[in-house]
Design a protein around this ligand. Structure first.
Ligand code: GTP
Ligand code: MG
Length: 432
């Protein structure tokens, strides 16, 4: 089975907790604070890797988790950071989160941090001040990012092969490239896409062979048109037509109809047409078939070739390469003209202002009135707070005061014993 979409759950490592600890000194009851920081949680990092062309592994391993950071310990020892989890994905993988593209792997070796590990919490050694000699406050480690992702694979080939089943697509791929696809004299031999590199002159082109299309493929007939997604991003289409077809023009038009039904964009892609299996036919018949095809195809170049006799191959490859280069240059020029619509999105941690922004809201929650505080930075502080300790909560109250949140809460009607909720944690505005 060829798998070209998958759902995975990613979880970056949680940060280690900061430690509360005091130096032991013989003549001092309690020495200074020496609790170390927690280590950071490991990131989940995807790496585009050549040579992979399926997402099937993700079906067997749908959960990708990086290591957590270790808690800090005494003598200011920092906990070990969690190892990042590197996940290999095929070149051409598009990663979506809730439908939105968050990463697009277009070249070998490309790395993206998909889920960020949580920061380790500070140990109490950080919280010593002239007024606070024995701080019992330390931070919790932050949870790592975790969410579900949808993966989709669209092979990134230069040329996509289309045609009826048995037209000779896989055979063509096997003689012009290093690929060794399955070949047989029956329809639907190819069940999964094959990729191969063809060298021509001083360059090379990447060719994708997909299962054959038939009339009604766009409505799911045969193997359907799902595989066309793999040639959606190719620069050029090579349309192969069996020279032994009764009506080559009709064969050509049927496939064109299915391409058009799949997408307007694919139908308008540059195309090269070639008659296949011509080694046993006399020149007159070949010329006739070529003319019939040319009439159907309009001003698209039409070739005749034989994969068996290795004739006509170089001409087709040269034409393909010429068109691929032209198309890629046009794409590049268009991308340079319009940099920010390249569609490439990379996860970032957001702009500073966005991080600092916050909101307070009074919410009736059944019997209770709760004041909910939302905001990237304040929620981050709250996640790191040890709510079970008086010092931890007080520090959070200090931060809220500095950020102006306390004032806003009071204006919204909050009093000393009002319940404040940040993220999942609740506490009162003033120590009770
Ligand atoms: N005589 C001759 N036969 C060929 C040539 N190329 C392919 N064939 C034969 O045509 C049949 C089909 O070839 P495939 O390459 O499997 O065809 P395909 O288009 O990949 O078919 P599907 O994978 O089913 O879509 C096989 O029996 C091949 O040996 C050729 O140049 N000459
Ligand atoms: Mg095939």
């Amino acid at each position: 089975m060829f798998v070209d979409t998958a759902k995975v759950f990613v979880q970056a490592g949680r940060g280690g907790d900061g430690a509360v600890s005091f130096r032991h000194e013989i003549y001092v009851d309690k020495g200074g604070p020496d609790g170390g920081d927690g280590g950071n949680g490991g990131d989940v990092i995807f790496v585009a890797t050549e040579g992979l062309n399926t997402l099937i592994d993700f079906r067997y391993k749908p959960e990708l988790k990086a290591e957590p950071g270790v808690s800090g310990s005494k003598r200011k020892r920092r906990g070990k950071s969690g190892e990042p989890l590197y996940v290999k994905v095929p070149v051409g993988t598009v990663v979506r989160r809730e439908g939105e593209i968050i990463a697009d792997f277009v070249e070998d070796g490309q790395e993206e941090v998909i889920a960020k590990g949580g920061d380790g919490g500070f140990g109490n050694a950080h919280f010593k001040s002239s007024v606070r000699q024995t701080p019992r406050v330390a931070e919790r480690g932050e949870p790592g990012d975790e969410f579900e992702l949808e993966l989709e694979l669209k092979l990134l080939a230069d040329v996509g092969l289309v045609g009826f089943p048995n037209a000779g697509k896989s055979t063509f791929l096997s003689v012009v490239t290093n690929a060794r696809p399955e070949i047989a004299n029956y329809a639907f031999t190819t069940l999964t896409p094959n990729l191969g590199v063809a060298d021509i002159d001083d360059g090379s082109i990447l060719i994708a062979d997909i299962p054959g299309l038939i009339e009604g493929a766009s409505e799911g007939k045969g193997l359907g048109d799902a595989f066309l997604r793999h040639i959606e991003r190719t620069a050029v289409i090579l349309h192969l037509v069996d020279a032994y077809s009764e009506d080559v023009a009709a064969a050509y038009k049927t496939i064109r109809g299915e391409l058009a039904a799949y997408s307007e964009d694919l139908a308008s892609r540059p195309e090269v047409v070639a008659l296949t299996k011509v080694e046993g036919l006399d020149d007159e018949l070949i010329a006739m078939q070529k003319d019939a095809l040319q009439a159907a195809a309009g001003d698209v170049p039409v070739f005749a070739l034989s994969s068996q006799a290795h004739t006509g191959l170089t001409d087709v490859l040269r034409e393909l390469r010429r068109e691929v280069v032209e198309m890629r240059e046009a794409e590049k020029a268009a991308a340079e003209e319009d940099e920010d619509t390249s569609g490439l999105a990379v996860i970032s941690l957001g702009v500073e202002e966005k991080a600092l922004a916050w909101k307070v809201k009074k919410v009736e929650d059944g019997e209770r009135t709760v004041f909910v505080v939302k905001g990237h930075k304040i929620e981050k502080f709250a996640r790191r707070t040890r709510f079970e300790t008086f010092e931890g909560v007080n520090r959070l109250r200090d931060i809220m005061k500095k950020m102006g949140i306390t004032h806003a809460l009071q204006r919204a009607g909050a009093e000393g014993d009002s319940i404040i909720k940040i993220g999942l944690d609740e506490f009162t505005l003033v120590e009770q």
